[in-house]
Design a protein. Structure first.
Length: 127
């Protein structure tokens, strides 16, 4: 089993690369995806992302769009310990899930169908 040293979170967005069979630069659904690599993502090393879980699009990942997982954690005793590859992967997955949930909640209309009245001001608002 391959163990990645670096874990990143990145959004599906427009691409700046012109390589590949279908070099479409536009698109991207904004869905956040985790990605692990053996080498750090730099201007010289831009790996291709896995297919986006939102739109199945693949893009080159560059250092300008990624959020790297922390490499270590500080415990209450004040000591710093390195994170294991599985902890970094979990961090990247959790980060993506939080961003995707926030986007979904922002984009979904109120589905409860209820209205409530604020007793202080008497205003009606959707609950």
């Amino acid at each position: 089993m391959t163990s990645f040293t670096y874990w990143y979170a990145y959004p599906c967005c427009d691409s700046s690369e012109t390589r590949g069979f279908r070099p479409s630069h536009t698109g991207g659904c904004g869905h956040w995806n985790p990605r692990g690599t053996k080498e750090e993502i730099t201007e010289e090393n831009k790996p291709q992302g896995s297919p986006c879980k939102g739109c199945n699009r693949r893009q080159r990942i560059n250092p300008g769009i990624v959020v790297e997982s922390p490499q270590s954690r500080i415990y209450p005793n004040g000591k710093m310990y390195p994170l294991s590859p599985s902890e970094k992967k979990q961090w990247a997955s959790d980060f993506c899930e939080e961003r995707n949930n926030a986007t979904r909640l922002r984009n979904e209309p109120n589905t409860t169908g209820r209205s409530e009245t604020n007793e202080a001001g008497g205003e009606t608002f959707d609950a």
